[in-house]
Design a protein around this ligand. Structure first.
Ligand SMILES: *Cc1c(COP(=O)(O)O)cnc(C)c1O
Length: 399
């Protein structure tokens, strides 16, 4: 009998009861706007910021409407202006070049290695072309951050980190988002905490923090923040920083706070599933597992494999056969962007220079979500299906 997987790749877990209770409390009192607090009350959004700052060891934190908004705000806060160039990853998701375009700046794409991290040689070569790097830890793969920071520091490049897939991850013990000037996170349903939409931004720089708060639309209510710099810092920026509203609200913050407290447990659960999948497909002929360095503490909320140098039709055949058995994978090599997958040549508003080595990697990337609704047995089954189908297509290829 042919085994089939019948679970859903897009179904996340329901929210913890504690989050549901917290949401109901906010709905009952009706003070959803973050600055609408009763006398003496500390709002959910301000508390979330305080707790996330503590969790990441950052001095300052700001909660906003989305991960994309956090990145655009970070770019504005560091002073990126229309016409400026911003370095970023060739392997990332559309909101990253989109954040750059949203401030009128122009992305300069840096290549991707077989480790699925930014190509540090290419970065070194292009570092002179921009003052800012928007670094995407795409699908949770973290490059050698010590080397990256050395390259950027030497070239005077400010680093903003896109940690949409690395909340809870670390490099050499330093939480992801804490190497560069600003770390940006997403709280969208498919990330590591789920408020539907939402974003967080952390920094140790008081002026960047004050600008970000003003940018997010704090009016002159910045004193209601618990993880922001003192009023003297706001005095320096408050008349010259535009209000581009994108605040988080108390309802979202209320459901995020219990999820942050549970993050460590969730990370362990993701990684148990990731390890089963990884071990299950390791050794499949024609398939390359993306090995993770010891210095990287990752969150296995998705998994990628490489079918390097396969003919496109064979990759499609493998995908089709896996899908027929209920295993949905996404392919970054498809000529047209599909659902969440796209690559540097999909964003036609940005000029590109072809990168053949990166094209080879992108053409081989298979990507799969690992929602926590999957049981460990599900993961073992999925791995057996991938092993069988990818292996069968590989065997059928001429040498
Ligand atoms: C999801 C995501 C973001 C931010 O997305 P929002 O939907 O705006 O919260 C940023 N970068 C990457 C790589 C992402 O996957």
């Amino acid at each position: 009998m042919t085994e089939r997987f019948t679970g859903s790749f897009t179904q996340q877990e329901s929210l913890p009861e504690e989050a549901i209770d917290a949401a109901l409390a906010v709905l009952r009192h009706g003070r959803l706007h973050r600055y609408n607090v009763a006398p003496g009350e500390l709002g959910e959004t301000a508390l979330l910021e305080q707790e996330f700052a503590e969790m990441t060891g950052a001095k300052f934190c700001l909660a906003v409407a989305s991960g994309g908004y956090a990145m655009a705000t970070a770019l504005r806060a560091v002073g990126v202006a229309p016409g400026d160039t911003v370095l970023s990853n060739a392997f990332t998701l559309a909101p990253v070049p989109g954040a750059i375009a949203s401030v009128g700046a122009v992305p300069v794409f840096v290549g991707v290695t077989e480790d699925l991290t930014i190509d540090l040689y290419d970065l070194e070569a292009k570092a002179g072309q921009a003052k800012v790097l928007l670094l995407s830890h795409m699908r949770g793969h973290i490059c050698d951050m010590d080397r990256l920071m050395a390259i950027c520091d030497a070239a005077g490049v400010t680093v903003i980190e896109d940690c949409a897939h690395t909340m809870g991850a670390a490099w050499n013990g330093v939480p992801s988002g804490r190497h560069g000037a600003i770390g940006c996170y997403s709280c969208q349903t498919y990330k590591h905490v789920n408020s539907g939409e939402g974003g967080l931004l952390v920094t140790d720089d008081e002026e960047l923090a004050a600008r970000a708060v003003m940018l997010s639309g704090s009016y002159m209510l910045y004193e209601r923040h618990l993880a922001a710099p003192g009023p003297e810092v706001f005095e320096r920026v408050k008349y010259v920083t535009p209000n581009i509203s994108g605040r988080m609200d108390n309802l979202r913050a209320a459901i995020l706070r219990p999820q942050l407290r549970a993050l460590e447990t969730q990370v362990e659960r993701w990684n148990e599933r990731y390890h089963l999948l990884e071990e299950g497909v390791r050794g499949t002929p024609g398939l390359t597992v993306v090995e993770r360095p010891d210095a990287e503490r990752y969150v296995g909320s998705s998994i990628q494999f490489l079918l390097l140098d396969w003919p496109a039709e064979a990759v499609q055949e493998a995908l089709r056969r896996c899908a027929a058995r209920g295993v949905e994978m996404k392919w970054f090599g498809a000529p047209e962007p599909v659902a969440f997958t796209s690559r540097y040549d999909s964003w036609r508003y940005a000029p590109i220079e072809r990168m053949p080595a990166s094209d080879r990697v992108l053409a081989g990337i298979l990507d799969m979500r690992v929602p926590l609704t999957f049981s460990l047995e599900d993961c073992a089954l999925i791995a057996r299906i991938i092993r069988a189908e990818v292996g069968a297509v590989w065997q059928s290829l001429p040498d």
